[in-house]
Design a protein around this ligand. Structure first.
Ligand SMILES: Cc1cc2nc3c(=O)[nH]c(=O)nc-3n(C[C@H](O)[C@H](O)[C@H](O)COP(=O)(O)O)c2cc1C
Length: 113
């Protein structure tokens, strides 16, 4: 994780990208925001990264304001809060990708920075 975060934060800073990454039960949930060309560049790297298996984009599109403007890549895991427990408690649906993405973003925004 240290290596992933170090290289992610360096590049994100250079490309003016911000966001956050939550790691739990072998799954990574990542929010990445910034200029479209930079996002495309990093997405291409993520797709090639063999530490990933089955990258899925839950949601993408224009944003009025950054949600994580102070973070080149905030990191969290179960020690902060469990996304799986939160899903179970909130009764969030993970069937529709749009609903799933909305729930994950709500969770990420709720975590203490
Ligand atoms: C879960 C995960 C999240 C990552 N997030 C980013 C990211 O936000 N920005 C980034 O540049 N690289 C990210 N990476 C790393 C890239 O996939 C890739 O390994 C890296 O950019 C390669 O560049 P380097 O040779 O400078 O390390 C992530 C990798 C993993 C496994």
């Amino acid at each position: 994780m240290r290596a992933i975060l170090a290289s992610a934060r360096d590049r994100n800073r250079d490309l003016a990208l911000t966001g956050c990454l939550h790691h739990e039960s072998g799954l990574f949930f990542q929010w990445l925001e910034g200029p479209a060309p930079a996002l495309r560049e990093v997405l291409a790297l993520l797709m090639r990264d063999r530490r990933h298996d089955a990258v899925q984009i839950l949601s993408s599109g224009p944003l009025e304001h950054r949600l994580f403007r102070d973070w080149t890549m905030r990191y969290s895991d179960r020690d902060q809060m469990s996304l799986m427990d939160w899903f179970a408690r909130s009764g969030s649906s993970t069937v529709n990708p749009g609903d799933y993405a909305g729930s994950v973003v709500s969770f990420l925004r709720m975590l203490p920075g």
